[in-house]
Design a binder for this molecule. Structure first.
Ligand SMILES: *[C@@H]1O[C@H](CO)[C@@H](O)[C@H](O)[C@H]1NC(C)=O
Ligand SMILES: *[C@@H]1O[C@H](CO)[C@@H](O)[C@H](O)[C@H]1NC(C)=O
Ligand SMILES: *[C@@H]1O[C@H](CO)[C@@H](O)[C@H](O)[C@H]1NC(C)=O
Ligand SMILES: *[C@@H]1O[C@H](CO)[C@@H](O)[C@H](O)[C@H]1NC(C)=O
Ligand SMILES: *[C@@H]1O[C@H](CO)[C@@H](O)[C@H](O)[C@H]1NC(C)=O
Ligand SMILES: *[C@@H]1O[C@H](CO)[C@@H](O)[C@H](O)[C@H]1NC(C)=O
Ligand SMILES: *[C@@H]1O[C@H](CO)[C@@H](O)[C@H](O)[C@H]1NC(C)=O
Ligand SMILES: *[C@@H]1O[C@H](CO)[C@@H](O)[C@H](O)[C@H]1NC(C)=O
Ligand SMILES: *[C@@H]1O[C@H](CO)[C@@H](O)[C@H](O)[C@H]1NC(C)=O
Ligand SMILES: *[C@@H]1O[C@H](CO)[C@@H](O)[C@H](O)[C@H]1NC(C)=O
Ligand SMILES: *[C@@H]1O[C@H](CO)[C@@H](O)[C@H](O)[C@H]1NC(C)=O
Ligand SMILES: *[C@@H]1O[C@H](CO)[C@@H](O)[C@H](O)[C@H]1NC(C)=O
Length: 796
């Protein structure tokens, strides 16, 4: 009775709207939990665990158990990951049925699996301090508990018995069952499987405990050990363990969506901004230690999706990446595999297109079990020619005078030092079939005007852009009292949001991602697609300039659509509130990636250079209106979940339209990446971006900042000068001395350095176009010897 009164009291007390209210006490036949913002969870007596509904997005909830006292509210068990509950769903005890989750129309979404005797004795349900949620009889006999129906996590004091299965979720935010599970088998092995439909359990095991003499229980004890024990209680094998753990820590062990079992600890009395720390040395190794090389499937894709390859990061986490020439099938999920970007080779006997294909090298890379042919090959060149002449060959592996031909789709891909073969990835040199993804609305005045610009010179373009912009401005200001975002909306095909929607999406602008000159960027999640994060840029509204910037940025970005540009999804223009909504880039800026603690691989840097070049080439030449970025630098290049580089922040393009006078004080962009014409009385063209790209390219090659005043050797303070000297002296190897990958690919390094030297020519007309540069980087055209520059501009 007391608990019901408490529950009612809780409802009567006015609660802050966003806070989820908690109820302490038990669930009985006379009360329930409702999926809404009020009494949606039940706390354990200590308050450390909660059972109830967690909102997974607008209007859908997950019935779950989580850690309540830490900010991250980490979920340790869930009931309905495959079938989320709509707002207003209820969980309650029903006689003769057990614990039942029903939607507002009374349909059952999930129910507890009780035996007939269990049902007869059922009296109450309680959340315990261990994190176990139990159904019990009036005499406190445990009839059902969440510990014996684990999802992907196990907790201290939890034991798994023979036959128990733990299943990874589908992705970090999607609690549906995923591809991986482990099972305590009747033969005494704890075995990990890589298949959602275990037709052939035996062959798909990627890790097994090999415990002699039958393990029968998996025990997670309070002192931080997950171990397999025998019938007589002896520990047969320690699976994971944490040493010297005090009681001041929470622990959990989880089979994560990438197929790896990890043991985490979190201090009880602190909220760590990084969540559960991942790299403490006193915390146990993951199982298996290297998932990339552990999985080899006869049927199936391996650790990553088809056509991708897996690398183990310094944090021991797998990354799934696409080889050059391939792109993610689902840009939101890097584990879903890759597809070829170019048109496949023609197999018609009379026209094999052998001259149209070349190879990209990836050392230490293999796709085991995708071969269809192998032969003795005297040289690598022989292997290349054999694959080039064979239209079915997608990749060749050359290893110890053997050539292996592989066909699509490629499976079990990995790049790992234990692989001693070199992969040769076939790609189409002259690829005009890919890209051109832009398919914006073709019915707006803006675009019609824009299309006129296509083939005119840069100057005429700028003039037209200015006119377009002014027309647009006057059109906007006439209507501004009525505030008709719908009109912009139709013109550019982006979505409009209300301020309140974005406030909710960002949880009151809680998580800041970054700050720029014009505003602050926050992380958010949209109501319609609750698994999709977005970046919301809240513009500072005080100065007139940023209002203009808003309009311009919306105009410029709304129409662009390319995989190497950060996509503008929508915006809000409500009173003084001006916000832009972009796709979320989970791997942050290139500056952090490149100049951070660990050096990204040479092959990743090559891809990034090509990505940025393609994005710029699109901006300059291919999109309906030619856009000059004006501020290309590593801080403005963002990396998505699959480390594809995307250009962000087109805000500065506005200067070309609004402010035609270019004094040094009015110079936009970032010093160091600026082309010399910004400082002289010279026309500004897309070649300013080419210059900035050249600086960026040298930084990518050498993995250091262009300007390093603390450098001991004076000649090395300005990187591009040093690169020029090295090129001139024929000692390019010096630039990548400590980088084995790049050193062993010195021909390409040379080509990249030459390309960069072309980009940073003082005379803009000597600099190639971005389109040409893209071809130079890809090796589709020869890079001519760059001219000797009399003086290098060292603008720092
Ligand atoms: C829940 O029920 C159990 C068993 O009846 C009881 O021991 C416990 O005190 C109850 N908890 C609360 C908060 O009422
Ligand atoms: C939650 O609120 C509903 C009414 O909205 C009530 O029927 C129910 O008993 C409450 N649950 C608890 C556990 O207090
Ligand atoms: C951690 O965050 C939670 C909820 O956000 C809060 O209730 C708790 O007091 C915080 N703990 C500490 C130690 O700051
Ligand atoms: C309940 O669980 C047991 C063991 O996990 C299983 O054999 C049985 O089929 C389940 N019953 C229902 C109705 O799901
Ligand atoms: C989770 O992934 C599954 C499998 O792809 C999909 O069917 C389901 O709709 C996803 N659920 C959510 C909430 O996105
Ligand atoms: C565990 O699996 C291995 C490999 O299949 C097998 O050799 C071993 O006998 C199994 N262990 C037990 C206890 O059956
Ligand atoms: C317990 O069982 C294991 C194998 O099942 C055996 O090796 C061990 O000696 C036994 N220990 C005791 C104390 O009986
Ligand atoms: C936990 O397990 C380890 C190994 O089995 C054992 O040494 C330790 O005493 C156990 N701790 C507790 C609290 O049972
Ligand atoms: C654990 O504690 C022991 C004794 O205090 C100490 O010798 C040992 O180095 C500690 N281990 C770790 C990993 O901190
Ligand atoms: C692990 O070690 C780090 C530093 O060595 C320490 O701060 C942390 O508290 C330790 N974690 C645990 C769980 O003991
Ligand atoms: C193969 O190429 C020849 C000559 O180019 C052409 O006539 C023929 O139609 C092609 N066959 C196919 C199946 O494309
Ligand atoms: C690339 O393709 C275009 C048209 O398909 C063709 O005109 C051009 O010669 C090709 N270039 C090379 C290097 O093959």
């Amino acid at each position: 009775m007391a608990s019901i009164i408490l529950g009612i009291l809780l409802i009567l007390v006015p609660l802050p709207l966003s806070a989820e209210a908690q109820t302490s006490g038990n669930l009985t036949f006379s009360n329930s939990l409702t999926a809404n913002d009020r009494n949606s969870s039940l706390l354990s007596p200590s308050g450390e665990f909660a059972f109830g509904f967690q909102k997974m997005g607008q209007g859908v909830h997950l019935l779950a158990i989580w850690f309540e006292m830490i900010e991250e509210k980490t979920i340790v068990w869930s009931a309905n990951g495959d079938n989320l509950a709509p707002e207003g769903s209820k969980v309650q005890l029903i006689a003769n049925r057990g614990l039942v989750l029903t939607d507002p129309r009374g349909r059952e979404l999930w129910y507890s699996n009780l035996t007939a005797t269990g049902l007869a004795g059922l009296a109450y349900a309680a959340m315990l301090d261990t994190g176990n949620f139990i159904l019990a009889s009036a005499s406190h006999v445990n009839l059902w508990d969440s510990f014996s129906q684990p999802t992907d996590t196990i907790l201290p004091t939890q034991q798994l018995n023979l036959g128990a299965t733990v299943t990874a979720r589908y992705s970090e935010m999607n609690y549906s069952a995923g591809r991986f599970h482990f099972k305590l088998r009747e033969d005494g092995n704890l075995s990990f499987y890589a298949t959602p439909h275990p037709l052939d359990d035996e062959s798909d095991i990627y890790w097994r405990s090999n415990t002699p003499g039958s393990g029968i229980q998996l025990i997670f004890n309070q002192s931080g050990q997950v171990s397999l024990t025998a019938r007589n209680g002896t520990v047969l094998k320690v699976i994971t363990s944490v040493t010297n753990l005090t009681s001041g820590f929470y622990q959990r062990a989880i089979l994560e969506y990438d197929g790896v079992f990890r043991h985490y600890v979190h201090p009880k009395l602190a909220n760590l901004s990084s969540g559960w720390p991942k790299g403490w040395s006193n915390v146990s190794d993951p199982v298996p230690e290297n998932i990339c090389t552990s999985i080899v499937q006869n049927i199936g894709s391996g650790a990553c999706g088809l056509n991708s390859y897996c690398t183990l990061g310094n944090d021991l986490r797998p990354r799934c990446q696409c080889p050059l020439g391939y792109t993610l099938l689902d840009s939101m999920n890097e584990m879903n595999g890759c597809i070829q970007e170019f048109a496949p080779q023609n197999c018609n006997g009379s026209r094999r297109e052998t001259d149209q294909f070349d190879f990209r090298e990836m050392p230490n890379t293999d796709w085991p079990r995708s071969d269809y042919e192998h032969s003795a090959a005297p040289t690598e060149e022989w292997c290349r020619e054999a694959c080039r002449a064979d239209c079915l060959c997608a990749v060749a592996i050359f290893n110890r005078e053997t050539c292996w031909k592989k066909k699509l789709p490629l499976s079990n891909g990995r790049m790992d030092l234990s692989e001693d073969g070199k992969a040769l990835i076939k790609f189409r040199i002259n690829d005009s079939t890919s890209k051109s993804t832009g398919n914006g609305n073709k019915n707006s005045t803006l675009i019609i005007i824009g299309s006129v610009l296509l083939s005119s010179s840069v100057f005429v373009n700028l003039l037209l852009l200015l006119i377009t912009y002014l027309i647009y401005r006057s059109f906007r200001s006439r209507d501004s009292k009525l505030s008709q975002p719908v009109q912009i909306n139709q013109a550019i095909g982006t979505q409009t949001f209300t301020y309140q929607e974005l406030q909710e999406a960002t949880d009151q602008f809680k998580e800041e991602l970054g700050r720029g000159a014009f505003g602050t960027v926050y992380k958010g999640v949209l109501r319609s697609e609750y698994t999709n994060f977005v970046a919301v840029k809240l513009l500072a509204t005080r100065t007139g300039e940023s209002e203009k910037e808003f309009e311009r940025e919306v105009i410029a970005i709304g129409q662009t659509n390319h995989k190497n540009l950060v996509q503008l999804l929508g915006y809000c223009n409500e009173g003084q509130h001006r916000l832009l909504v972009y796709e979320f880039m989970s791997n942050g800026t290139l500056a952090d990636f490149l100049f951070g603690a660990s050096r990204p691989s040479w092959y990743r840097r090559i891809e990034i250079a090509c990505d940025v070049a393609r994005g710029l080439s699109y901006l300059h030449d291919d999109c309906t209106r030619h856009i000059i970025h004006c501020d290309i630098k590593p801080q403005n290049i963002l990396l998505d979940g699959s480390l594809t580089a995307k250009i962000s922040d087109f805000g500065l393009a506005k200067l070309l339209m609004a402010n035609q006078t270019r004094t040094t004080t009015g110079v936009r962009g970032t010093r160091g990446y600026l082309a010399p014409e910004w400082f002289k009385n010279m026309p500004i063209s897309s070649k300013v971006d080419v210059y900035s790209f050249g600086i960026l390219l040298v930084e990518l090659i050498c993995c250091r900042k262009n300007y390093k005043p603390e450098s001991e050797i004076e000649a090395q303070i300005v990187l591009v000068d040093w690169a020029y000297d090295c090129y001139h002296d024929g000692s390019i190897l010096k630039l990548v001395e400590s980088d084995d990958e790049a050193s062993s690919d010195i021909k390409r390094v040379g080509r990249f350095v030459m390309t960069a030297l072309w980009c940073i020519q003082e005379d803009p007309s000597l600099r190639p176009t971005m389109k040409k540069i893209t071809q130079m980087l890809e090796g589709a055209v020869e890079v001519p010897v760059p001219p000797v520059s009399s003086s290098f501009i060292t603008s720092v």
